[in-house]
Design a protein around this ligand. Structure first.
Ligand SMILES: [Zn+2]
Length: 272
């Protein structure tokens, strides 16, 4: 009996010591980071990544009521939506961003982005960016038409590239990689009259060779599904995002993800 009690007490002391040490671990990496980066703007910008906004019971589909609740939350918390151009200007030239910037993105270009998400975004005066699979637009009824894309662009949305056919770029030969990158960019320039075109990597797959090709194809920046916020340490061709999925408690997970990126980064857990 006595040995058991002693063992229990030991665990409590250990636990108390661990709790007392938490502030040290949280603040120590921040101090180092601050010293190295000096006055660089290290406020991480959150880039949210959605796919479908629909009632389909799959992780990639956030329901319209859940999406509305998340947008209401961002508005109440004082977030301001920004465009990829705003982010680029900040990254390249230090142009200031609004106090709580957020970049909302959608991958694939589903028709439900127009039917379900766009009205909610308009309600809050929010802008967003949609990475479309250019060969599917106006071809497959599950995806946007170019007409819908143009209407959303006129309403403040940015239409960007998710390549022509959504193949993982790291698995393509040189000629096909070039075609996927240049073809989708040309389609967006032609259909949208767009000048600065951005890319999101299909399936999130990229490597140094792909990044170089993306830059050579004339893209201004490229987004990954690497979890994290964008700051001065980010690469323009490997920009971090925070994926938002349908889960058991979609809203709690959404809030948790928004608020915990800075903590994770400070702890050095999610920057490579
Ligand atoms: Zn995709």
């Amino acid at each position: 009996v006595r040995r058991q009690r002693n063992g229990y007490g030991y665990k409590i002391i250990l636990l108390a010591a661990m709790i007392l040490l938490i502030p040290f671990f949280v603040s120590y990496p921040k101090a180092i980071d601050g010293r190295l980066r000096q006055s660089a703007n290290d406020t991480a910008v959150t880039v949210l990544n959605y796919h479908k906004i629909a009632d389909d019971n799959i992780a990639l589909a956030v329901s319209p009521p859940d999406f509305a609740k998340q947008m209401a939350y961002l508005a109440e918390e004082g977030y301001t939506t920004i465009s990829p151009d705003d982010l680029l200007e900040n990254q390249l030239n230090g142009k200031p961003l609004p106090e709580k910037p957020v970049l909302i993105t959608f991958d694939d270009g589903y028709e439900d982005n127009y039917v379900n998400a766009y009205p909610i975004l308009k309600q809050y005066g929010f802008k967003a960016t949609i990475f479309v699979i250019t060969d599917y637009l106006s071809q497959n009824s599950a995806y946007l038409t170019w007409e819908q894309a143009r209407e959303m662009q006129a309403g403040g949305m940015t239409i960007a590239s998710h390549t022509m056919q959504h193949k993982p770029l790291t698995e393509l030969g040189d000629a096909e990689l070039k075609r996927e990158l240049e073809g989708s960019k040309a389609a967006i320039e032609y259909q949208m009259g767009a000048q600065n075109v951005y890319l999101a990597y299909p399936t999130g797959a990229y490597n140094l060779k792909v990044m170089k090709q993306v830059e050579e194809a004339g893209y201004k920046g490229a987004f990954t599904i690497k979890y994290g916020g964008v700051n001065a340490a980010s690469s323009l061709y490997a920009l971090e995002r925070v994926p938002i999925f349908r889960t058991q408690d979609t809203f709690a997970n959404f809030k948790w993800r928004i608020h915990n990126i800075p903590l994770f980064e400070r702890l050095g857990l999610i920057k490579s």
